[in-house]
Write a new protein. Sequence first.
Length: 349
Amino acid sequence: MDYRPLGRTGIDVSLICLGTMTWGSQNSEVEAHAQLDYAFDEGVNFLDTAEAYPVTPVSKDTQYLTETYIGNWIAGRGGRDRMIVATKVAGPSRDPVRKFRDGNNRLDRRNIEQAVEDSLRRLKTDYIDLYQVHWPDRPVPSFGGRGLSRLNDNDQTVPIEETLGALGDLVTTGKIRHFGVSNETPWGVSEYLRLSREQGLPRVASIQNAYSLLNRTFEYGLSEFALREDVSLLAYSPLAGGNLTGKYLGGQIPAGSRRDVARQFVRYDLPGQPAASARYVAIAHAHGLDPAQLALAYVNSRPFVTSTIIGATSQAQLKADIDSVRVTLNDEALAAIEAVHRDMPDPCP
């Protein structure tokens, strides 16, 4: 396993981060613990969760189960000091199922402080290594949105300054060690950095945004922040919801797959996706590679990527995903990938 610095925190995290958003819905607690055992035995020291998980599908009956499963595993396995645990606080949502606390979840001090306490209890730990804002409080294009044509803030929009101040106090108390953002924009990252400089508040360590062969929009503005300011990219959805494995080609939807059980996620159901996916899968086959490993190896190889967040529902998928760290793409494969990107850039933002 390779390890890379997490921002300027002094912490090294594994190139592969174990994602967990299916645990509690598609995966049982026994299966979740088996994944944790295998991943950590393979050198993965970094896991990512959220108070909003599981989300495949979103359900009030399963809400919070993912953190609970992880907490039970931590309590049973021990060795907390060798694990880097990341979780997230949910921003505002109009989805009636994605309601937290009193149903008015915002990124204000009250919500953040309560969310941390709840996550610490479920995770059975005294501290969280990386506490992330799951999505901004202000309206921004995210989860597949393109661009911003006008501002749409409202009188309830919580300023980043308040969010950062609350996170800073939690760092001071030791309940969280560092903080990161997710589904964020270049302006948002720059604002967090500005406020930390001007007010002596903790520095944003990471940004968790989507990045894959089908969505390289991170490169256009955010990659410079990652490289110049050491705001680590934790790349989620590196397989574009499973589309880059090739299993959905030809309109197939295997029983039990994410597209079968979570049909509300339409981020990758866009016109250019099937053709682009087919071309990337063909490149993998031409080079004797598993399509998933080609897609992951590409993300792993980017200099602005600190850790690639994988998600698996079976042990076979988990093993193949972790083994992607041993795959090096040759110049011919990389050139073929860039040719597809020139022809069909970012079909799924």
